[in-house]
Design a protein around this ligand. Structure first.
Ligand code: MRU
Length: 345
């Protein structure tokens, strides 16, 4: 249990990697223990653990479990398999690379585990900072709109990214209400964000993704906060599919559109949005819900899990080092060059 959320998406408990199984929420709060590479990869691909930073933290611990055996070839192979489990969220590759490098540089049995714990601790600190910086953008009596799930479940850091800002702004008395996109097809908004806002006592209403434009036209949305799965060097941002549509309609209605993400989500090696790989998921996610068919038998579906919001549609990118403003190529480069946070590795 953290200082903030009464549940933990990812924890290391007496030598065991424990995940809150997000596929069972909101009906059941159950944890699953991970002790093998196959279990870790299954948990990431099936989205028992999900959200860019949270899968990075989980994969870091999973790789530390493999590295404990001291077999360098097996560790390298595991790192590749984990990094490829979900291609868009760059935190996954970033965290796995860090643990692999540490394991290769230091043969002590717990060196890799130390690195995984460090990544987790840095995420906690980043979550705290993002919540504070982001809340400074919220004006009193705001109705905030959010997409997907970006709370403590999505970061394993205690606060979350965009939802961490929303919850902190609520704690500061600034929030009149939150509109929660249900987020088709996996319904992270309906299943996870409503559950988290309920846990934190934040007033909210669920909306169909497609109702956001009409609500903005009626002046019922003051700002949009979403997370990110990968931010390119120029500020183009990949996030859960539907985010781009929100950014376009927010621009049309002059509603501020903010991204909240730790620096580990920024990939300076990705120059722009065109270079971000978009994960294509199984069509069955669209064609059925909980085993119940939604479309005529034989229907084909296209299921990109993310889309890219071009930087010009983004008002600010909230990071643990402050609020970045356009032009993002410059503000991102400056933030990445700044010294690490105290307590960071
Ligand atoms: O497919 P998911 O549920 O892992 O996608 C999650 C998102 O798109 C979040 O908005 C993103 O990871 C950033 S928030 C921590």
């Amino acid at each position: 249990v953290t200082d903030y959320a009464p549940y933990e998406a990812v924890s290391w408990d007496g030598g065991v990697l424990r995940l809150l199984d997000q596929t069972l929420l909101p009906q059941r709060v159950e944890y699953c223990d991970i002790s093998t590479l196959d279990q870790a990869i299954e948990a990431i691909t099936s989205m028992r653990v999900r959200g860019a930073p949270a899968i990075g933290v989980a994969a870091a611990y999973a790789l530390a479990i493999i590295a404990r055996d001291g077999d360098a070839t097996a560790t390298k192979r595991a790192a590749t398999a984990l990094a490829e489990a979900r291609p868009t969220a760059v935190n996954l590759r970033w965290a796995v690379d860090r643990v692999l490098q540490r394991a290769e540089a230091d043969s002590a049995p717990d060196a890799a585990l130390g690195e995984a714990k460090c990544i987790h601790e840095e995420q906690r600190e980043a979550d705290r900072q993002m919540a504070q910086f982001g809340a400074s953008l919220v004006v009193p009596e705001s109705t905030l709109l959010t997409h997907c799930n970006t709370g403590p479940l999505a970061t394993a850091g205690g606060h979350g990214t965009a939802l961490g800002v929303v919850i902190e702004a609520h704690r500061q008395g600034l929030v009149a209400g939150v509109l929660v996109d249900e987020t088709r097809p996996r319904l992270q908004g309906a299943r996870l964000t409503t559950w988290e806002l309920h846990q934190h006592g934040v007033p909210h209403r669920l909306i169909a993704d497609s109702s956001a434009a009409g609500l903005m036209a009626q002046g019922r949305v003051d700002a949009v906060f979403t997370g990110a799965d990968r931010i390119a060097a120029n500020g183009d941002t990949a996030n859960k599919v539907g985010t781009y549509a929100l950014a376009v309609i927010a621009a049309h209605h002059e509603v501020a559109f903010h991204i909240v993400a730790p620096l580990s989500t920024i990939d300076p090696a990705t120059p722009d949005g065109d270079a971000i790989p978009i994960e294509q998921r199984d069509p069955s996610e669209l064609l059925a819900i909980d085993g119940h068919a939604l479309a005529a038998e034989g229907t084909e579906a296209l299921n990109p899990a993310f889309d890219v919001t071009p930087a010009p549609l983004i008002a600010s990118i909230v990071t643990e080092r402050g609020v970045l403003r356009p032009p993002f190529a410059a503000s991102i480069a400056e933030a990445l060059a700044a010294p690490a946070l105290a307590g960071g590795g």
